[in-house]
Design a protein. Structure first.
Length: 113
């Protein structure tokens, strides 16, 4: 069994929520103020702040404060561990499927003989 990566767990936890994914999609267009991020969600500001906290804890966003205005920006390289893990999983499963295909082809060839 693969070892447990707490950072990867934080990333998947952060990405598991549709509201947080929606916020990340918006931030992919460019930095935004918290109030601007809260508007489309229909959620109250404290709830949005909790979502932003989860995203920031996972390293997916960075926030800055200028006076009373808090601005958020996406940190794209934070997704690299997820991409790496998914690529590894894809390689494992493709190898398994290739072996299964070879096995089935050998069985089918054996039945024809």
């Amino acid at each position: 069994m693969a070892k447990h990566d707490p950072d990867l767990s934080l990333l998947f936890h952060a990405l598991a929520d549709p509201t947080r994914r929606s916020i990340l999609t918006r931030l992919a267009e460019g930095p935004a103020r918290v109030t601007d991020l809260a508007g489309p969600t229909g959620l109250r500001l404290p709830t949005v702040m909790r979502h932003l906290s989860v995203l920031e804890e996972a390293g997916l966003i960075a926030t800055s404060k200028d006076g009373r205005i808090r601005t958020c920006a996406v940190v794209p390289e934070a997704l690299d561990p997820v991409r790496t893990w998914l690529d590894e999983q894809r390689a494992i499963w493709e190898a398994r499927l290739d072996r299964l295909d070879a096995f089935v082809m050998n069985v089918m060839k054996g039945k024809k003989e």
